[in-house]
Design a protein. Structure first.
Length: 167
C-alpha cells in the first residue's frame, strides 16, 4: 500500500509529496466582550512603567518640595529610591546638616507617604539646580463670538477661548 500516494513499487515514477504547503493565514484571536473591572486591567498596563520607577519613588520625586519644605527643596534633590534607601543630591555643607537631621527627615518623608518607605538616607555631593519657574503666560484678548448674540454666554465663551489660546 502506498505511503505517500505514490505507487507501491520503487522507481516506478511515483513521487513523494513535496514538503511545500501554502502559507496559512493566522487565525485571529477571538475577542471576549465581557465587562472587566478597571482594577483588573490597570496592573497589566502599568507593570512596565513601575519596573523602571516605583510609584513610591515617583511620589517622592514629584512632591519633594512639599515633603521637605521650600528651604531644603532649593538646596536638595532626590536622585534615586531603591530598597528603602533614598539618595539625595546636595552640597557638602548641606550634607552635614542633613546627616544631623536624617531621623527627622526620614520621619517626615514616611509620614507624607503614609507608610514606612525610607529606612536610610544616602547623600551625594552634586550641584542642585533650582526648580524651573513656570513659563510666563501670554495674554490674549477675548474675542466675541459672532455666531451668538451679545450677552453673558458670549462673554464667558470669549474668555474661555482666550484662556485656551494663551496656553
Amino acid at each position: 500500500m502506498p505511503v505517500w500516494g505514490g505507487s507501491p513499487q520503487r522507481g516506478s515514477g511515483g513521487r513523494a509529496p513535496s514538503s511545500y504547503s501554502p502559507p496559512q493565514e493566522p487565525v485571529p484571536e477571538r475577542r471576549s466582550y465581557v465587562t472587566q473591572a478597571l482594577a483588573d486591567l490597570v496592573p497589566g498596563l502599568t507593570r512596565a512603567a513601575y519596573k523602571r520607577r516605583s510609584p513610591a519613588g515617583a511620589l517622592l520625586m514629584s512632591e519633594w518640595g512639599a515633603i521637605v519644605g521650600p528651604r531644603l527643596a532649593l538646596e536638595t534633590a532626590p536622585k534615586r529610591f531603591t530598597g528603602g534607601t533614598l539618595t539625595i543630591a546636595c552640597s557638602g555643607a548641606m550634607a552635614m546638616e542633613l546627616q544631623h537631621l536624617s531621623s527627622a527627615l526620614i520621619e517626615r518623608i514616611n509620614t507624607h507617604a503614609g507608610q514606612k518607605l525610607v529606612q536610610r538616607l544616602r547623600f551625594v555631593q552634586e550641584p542642585v539646580a533650582p526648580p524651573a519657574a513656570p513659563a510666563p503666560r501670554r495674554e490674549v484678548a477675548p474675542v466675541p463670538l459672532t455666531e451668538l448674540p451679545a450677552g453673558e454666554l458670549n462673554d464667558a465663551l470669549a474668555r474661555l477661548r482666550a484662556a485656551i489660546r494663551s496656553r
